[in-house]
Design a protein around this ligand. Structure first.
Ligand code: NAP
Length: 498
């Protein structure tokens, strides 16, 4: 602890200690002996200072022309490109996912920087004829003010970028509270903002727990929007705490995503999709394919091959290029996985895995075997609840219609996919699946930044991240009427017809 690098909060363009001068540790989940640094355990006073700085900076930032704000984001993208490897490696160390995936995480931040840079010149409104003569009408986007960003640990740079870039290009200022398991990647992103000269106070960074930092952010009257990605349980808290002040909330929450494999599917392709969807990021993606609904005619072949592939996965430290799956993020998350495995053993048939890995170097990290349950009923807890670990349920079905019903039969609605060679079935599945994201002959993961991202039911509250949809989260519409007739004209009342 004495030698650990101390990371600070970033408030009003200065790197500062927390008021209480308390810190917390950031350790490697693949080897908890490795201390990556200590971060500020901030409190309400730190949050207030950050909000005050963001409020002050907003006065000028909102008036910077949007194309100029976009140019700053473009420069930020350039910096991220240059530093991609520098940022991917520590991300693997603090989060555990393999290097290929953390490079992808930084790439997503790059993509979002460039995409939103372009939106600086595309914040189009509408003009439309007035019903009255000599009157002009238009709609324009206006920024909201100070936005609070509360983010999870599974995409430590990508998800903050999904919020930061559209917030900034729309003219808002932000206070960013990252997940306590992954503050280093968040710090790297904020440092890059500082390097490209984003004005002081526009981006503020306050680390600390959800209760100590998140709640004061939500309660402040000076914060106009809380944009949150995380669990449905905490999302509900965000919703409730923000409701009395009618604060805007943008919630991206849990998932229980399904791959549907039809009897005419290319089975080997579907298996690759199920392995990637189920065990990529150690099953810790909101879009992870934790259910695979397989037509009974092919379920045996699918199961045999899928189990063989899962057993062959190489598990370990994500910095090793041969490793395919890293650890769970934490002891708590691993315990959740193990609890669900115990539940699954009572409910269904364990086909492979099922154990924490404790031999050799594994004992220093939070490793769990890739686990598959077979003969799972759609109503079982392992098929209904988000586990967020390397656990997949195979649910047999008789038809596409039944598969779609099963897919739609949870409280969530983020992502789904179908494997079929029949174009009619593919279109039926994409029409009838009530999810925010849908794939055909691909896994449940793989979203790109220029289409809307988010889910239905308990996954979201009707907003979407990414794409132009993100602009609707981070701005409000203003309708403007300009009367140049020189007299009082009354809409809906004056009869102007000859
Ligand atoms: P989480 O426990 O809900 O935490 C998310 C963020 O909320 C963290 O910054 C956390 O801070 C903070 N927080 C926790 N309790 C809080 C409280 N009472 N008040 C205010 N803030 C609070 O979620 P997670 O474990 O980080 O992430 C996993 C979840 O995120 C999964 O459910 C996954 O599906 C979901 N997710 C959804 C999407 C999507 O786009 N739909 C994307 C990725 C992940 P601390 O870290 O300090 O606790």
């Amino acid at each position: 602890m004495a030698d650990a690098k101390v990371y600070k909060n970033f408030i009003n363009g200065e790197w500062v200690d927390s008021v209480a001068k308390k810190t917390f540790e950031n350790r490697n989940p693949a080897d908890t002996r490795e201390l990556l640094g200590v971060f500020q355990a901030s409190n309400e006073e730190d949050v207030k200072r950050a909000i005050d700085a963001a409020k002050e900076a907003y006065k000028k930032w909102r008036l910077v022309p949007a194309p100029k704000r976009g140019e700053m984001l473009f420069r930020l993208g350039e910096t991220l490109v240059r530093r991609k490897e520098d940022f991917a490696r520590p991300m693997t160390q603090e989060m555990g996912k393999v290097l290929k995936e953390t490079r992808g995480d930084v790439q997503e931040a790059i993509d979002m920087s460039y995409y939103m840079a372009g939106e600086g010149r595309r914040q189009f409104g509408e003009t439309t004829p007035s019903e009255l003569p000599n009157k002009f009408m238009m709609s324009v986007r206006m920024p909201l003010g100070v936005c609070a960003m509360i983010t999870p640990w599974n995409f430590p740079m990508a998800i903050p970028s999904w919020k930061l870039m559209p917030a900034l290009v729309c003219g808002n200022t932000v206070v960013f509270k990252p997940a306590s398991y992954t503050p280093l990647s968040a710090y790297n992103l904020v440092k890059a903002c500082e390097e490209v000269g984003i004005p002081k106070g526009v981006v503020n960074f306050v680390t600390g727990s959800g209760g100590a930092v998140g709640i004061p952010l939500m309660k402040s009257d000076d914060v106009k929007l809380v944009t949150f990605t995380g669990s449905t349980a905490v999302g509900r808290t965000v919703s409730e705490v923000c409701a009395p002040s009618f604060k805007h909330t943008h919630l991206e929450m849990g998932g229980k995503n399904a791959i549907m494999v039809m009897d005419d599917a290319k089975i080997d392709l579907a298996i690759e999709g199920a392995v990637w969807g189920g065990f990529g990021t150690t099953g810790q993606r909101c879009t992870a394919a934790s259910r695979v609904i397989v037509h009974k005619k092919v379920v045996k072949e699918f199961t045999d091959k899928f189990v063989a592939r899962a057993k062959a996965l190489k598990i370990g430290n994500g910095l090793d290029p041969a490793v395919e799956m890293g650890p769970s993020i934490s002891e708590d998350q691993l315990n959740t996985v193990m609890e669900y495995v115990e539940i699954g053993k009572k409910e269904a048939k364990l086909l492979c895995g099922g154990n924490r890995m404790t031999s050799g170097d594994y004992k220093h990290g939070y490793f769990h075997e890739p686990t598959i349950f077979g003969d799972v009923d759609p109503q079982m807890r392992i098929a209904q609840e988000e586990i967020f670990g390397p656990v997949v349920s195979i649910i047999p079905c008789d038809s596409l219609e039944q598969a779609i019903d099963i897919n739609n039969g949870t409280i969530y609605g983020l992502s789904a996919s179908v494997y079929t060679q029949d174009v009619n079935k593919a279109f039926q599945a994409m029409r009838d699946s009530y999810t925010g994201i849908f794939y055909v002959n691909a896994s449940t993961i793989g979203a790109e930044v220029h289409l809307p991202f988010g889910g239905t039911n308990h996954t979201g509250n009707g907003h979407r991240e990414a794409g132009t949809a993100a602009l609707d989260v981070f701005s409000e519409w203003k309708a403007i009427y300009v009367d140049f007739s020189g007299k009082l004209q009354k809409a809906q009342i004056d009869d102007i017809m000859p």
